[in-house]
Design a protein around this ligand. Structure first.
Ligand SMILES: NC(=O)c1ccc[n+]([C@@H]2O[C@H](COP(=O)([O-])OP(=O)(O)OC[C@H]3O[C@@H](n4cnc5c(N)ncnc54)[C@H](O)[C@@H]3O)[C@@H](O)[C@H]2O)c1
Length: 254
């Protein structure tokens, strides 16, 4: 008797044109997923598509901070690919560096809109389809900045603390229904964002404590973050839910 081939697993990755998102795309492809690439910068997502060998039909220009853009993208993904097994919310912005009393309000609003609302909107749009299937995994992006009050990172740190808390709540609301949700909190990772942030410190006249790498004396490679993200979406991680995993080489304890 003929049986249907097993359904192909799909992973949706936001910020997939950036350093960590691209590394996640490579790792999920290697793990056998059909990888769907979202980014505000479509060209960057298409470059990632080329690297992992998927077509442009796997790429979506999405602004995660905009409800309509998120809803339209998720509807199109579900229509084209049928279901979503893993959602990786890697899109994020650092904002500028500065003390609270000097921090421009509009910049603060933008950081919160992308990092916090972006994560919230993506989960809100994707969760119902995962709940209906009774399976799925979501990984959000916190940061060591969401655990420690690093100077000059007031709004970025607040946005990442909010993502970690949002993840805890999402894990608590789900889990029993087969959907598990976690976050990762990297220390320094060698990407464009790290470069921008360090330049921002220099611009603000501050360049020492925040730039310390911790005991490992180096930044992480994006692939070292992607490995953990992919593990968190795998069956091996089925009992990890509502957790935040520090991937900082020990920086936070240094
Ligand atoms: N690099 C680090 O040192 C570090 C440390 C801790 C946490 N993180 C977090 O990891 C995640 C990935 O960071 P990265 O270093 O790869 O950054 P990156 O700047 O290399 O990539 C970020 C990507 O997000 C996209 N993006 C920005 N705004 C968007 C929006 N509104 N909608 C959709 N896409 C948008 C950008 O176009 C870019 O491709 C972020 O959430 C970041 O806060 C990074």
């Amino acid at each position: 008797m003929m049986t249907d081939p097993p359904e192909r697993k799909t992973a949706v990755i936001t910020g997939s044109g950036g350093g960590i998102g691209k590394a996640c795309a490579c790792r999920f492809k290697e793990a056998g997923y059909d990888v769907i690439l979202l980014d505000l910068n479509l060209e960057a997502a298409e470059k990632t598509a080329e690297v992992i060998g998927v077509g442009k039909d796997h790429c979506f220009k999405t602004d995660v901070s905009k409800e309509e853009s998120v809803r339209e993208t998720v509807e199109a993904v579900l229509e084209r690919f049928g279901h979503i097994d893993a959602l990786v919310n890697a899109a994020g912005i650092p904002g500028g560096s500065g003390r609270i009393e000097n921090y421009p309000v509009r910049s603060a609003e933008k950081v919160l809109a992308v990092n916090v609302m972006g994560t919230f909107l993506m989960m809100q749009a994707v969760l119902p389809s995962m709940q209906e299937r009774g399976k799925g995994a979501i990984v959000n992006f916190g940061s060591v900045s969401g655990h420690r009050g690093y100077q000059y990172e007031c709004i970025y740190g607040a946005s990442k603390a909010a993502v970690i808390e949002l993840t805890r709540t999402a894990g608590n609301e789900n889990g029993a229904n087969g959907v598990h949700i976690n976050s990762v909190s990297p220390g320094w990772v060698n990407t464009e964002m790290m470069k921008q942030t360090i330049e921002g410190y220099h611009g603000a006249g501050y360049c020492y404590d925040n730039v310390r790498y911790g005991p490992m004396k180096r930044a992480a490679a994006p692939s070292e973050i992607a490995n953990v993200v992919c593990f968190l979406c795998s069956d091996e991680a089925s009992y990890i839910n509502g957790s935040d995993i520090l991937i900082d080489g020990g920086k936070i304890t240094d």
